[in-house]
Design a binder for this molecule. Structure first.
Ligand code: AAL
Length: 420
């Protein structure tokens, strides 16, 4: 019977593992914080070399995520006509929290990107089609008051006339900048979720916002990984510059791959120079990052070889896996107090706003809702309740993800063959 290290320590007094020359070279009962000078397996070498601690509960970049339903947002009985999604980072100004997000309020639910040919000026293709950027404020991060539109769709032919979505905030030299995806056609119309990034600016988080009406992060050249989509723009300040991370959908061979890139600028309105090592992260979907110690940490959520990991780049470019986690926030917009302070000692995060897509669980009412996530990825918090190593999913939750008809047929055929 395995006794977890905490139960063990309750029973027996803590004793430091001491390795003396004459003592055995077998691995000790208590995991030494420092790598012991004995022959180690590749896995044990990795346990010491790759992670910030030899134990997940001591790993500052390991956490569980906890979710809380928000108050203050109405979704029209979840009929699919109102959607709120892809929230920005949360900022604290004038004694209240601010968050910006994609807001759709349409006559019908979306017909789906694949049916973009059925979309009209009033019928959306994707859940983020025919959208504007709205914002809300809160005193506690749980109850929010929607303030209304921040960045409306600009008149044709300006970039974003079809939809402005998936925004994020930058505060630079006392002014505010919102970067967002600017669609000039219904998402899916030319086979993809294709758009560049545009920007608007203001002297106050309450606006008024002025659209620069220009592309600030352009699509890549033909044949390049980011030629069609520049998604989820996410600016942070580092080295006195703007480090803007973004995602692109590509490959489609046959499935889409999602990877992340970086573009750097001295001025919020550009020019941005894309990093020559792009893609700099091979996994994840929406972008969620925060300064951590001298580097930057990133949430690599659902897609790619290294999905469901938290990654860390000491140099803000070259990411390594820092932990493996679960139930990660989709499109997480964290509260990052040192996002724009040009810090060299990032303190980490403890909460943010994210979204649940297809919130009604039926694409005929397709829409997304905003939610709150809490975690302990902070150097200033030690919440061991957030450092547990697994979530017990019920049998019902497992059977919800059961075999489909095709899989059952394959198994039946295999059984028949085996039993012949
Ligand atoms: C999101 C983001 C972008 C995509 C779409 C809406 O999850 O990656 O914003 O365009 O999906």
């Amino acid at each position: 019977m395995i006794i977890s290290c905490s139960e063990q320590s309750k029973k027996e007094p803590k004793q430091e593992a001491t390795i003396s020359k004459e003592s055995t070279s077998n691995f000790p009962f208590f995991i030494p914080e420092e790598k012991p000078n004995i022959p180690l397996s590749v896995a044990m070498e990795r346990n010491y070399d790759k992670y910030m601690s030899a134990r997940p509960d001591h790993n500052e970049l390991y956490t569980q995520f906890k979710y809380t339903e928000l108050k203050g947002f109405d979704y029209n009985n979840n009929d699919g006509t109102i959607s709120r999604r892809d929230p920005s980072k949360v900022i604290l100004e004038n004694g209240k929290y601010y968050v910006w997000y994609t807001h759709r309020d349409t006559k019908t639910a979306p017909v789906g990107g694949k049916n973009a040919h059925l979309s009209t000026d009033e019928i959306p293709s994707a859940d983020w089609d025919l959208a504007d950027i709205f914002y809300a404020t809160s005193k506690d991060g749980f109850t929010w008051e929607e303030q209304g539109v921040a960045v409306p769709r600009p008149p044709k032919p300006n970039v974003g006339w079809r939809s402005v979505t998936t925004t994020d905030i930058l505060k630079w030299k006392g002014k505010y900048y919102l970067y967002y995806q600017g669609f000039s056609e219904a998402s899916g119309k030319s086979g993809g979720d294709n758009c560049p990034v545009a920007v608007s600016y203001a002297d106050s988080p309450d606006g008024p916002w002025t659209a620069a009406n220009k592309v600030v992060i352009p699509n890549g050249a033909e044949g390049e990984w980011d030629q069609y989509s520049i998604h989820d723009p996410y600016p942070l300040v580092h080295n006195g510059k703007i480090y803007l991370y973004y995602k692109s959908d590509f490959d489609r061979n046959p499935k889409l791959s999602r990877m992340h890139g970086l573009a750097i600028a001295d001025n919020p309105l550009g020019p941005f120079k894309k990093h020559n090592l792009n893609p700099i992260m091979t996994s994840g979907h929406e972008t969620t990052l925060f300064p951590f110690k001298e580097g930057v940490a990133a949430l690599a959520i659902r897609d790619g070889m290294e999905h469901n990991t938290i990654q860390y780049a000491k140099d803000w470019v070259n990411f390594e896996i820092a932990s493996i986690v679960e139930l990660m926030p989709d499109a997480g917009g964290p509260f990052v107090p040192d996002a724009f302070t040009n810090t060299t000692n990032g303190r980490g995060i403890t909460w943010g706003i994210s979204h649940f897509t297809n919130a009604a669980g039926n694409y005929k009412q397709n829409h997304a809702i905003l939610t709150r996530f809490d975690c302990d990825l902070s150097l200033d918090v030690d919440d061991q309740e957030m450092k547990r190593s697994y979530i017990l999913y019920s049998p019902k939750e497992h059977y919800k993800h059961g075999l489909n008809k095709k899989q059952k047929n394959r198994i039946n055929n295999e059984n028949k063959k085996l039993m012949e």
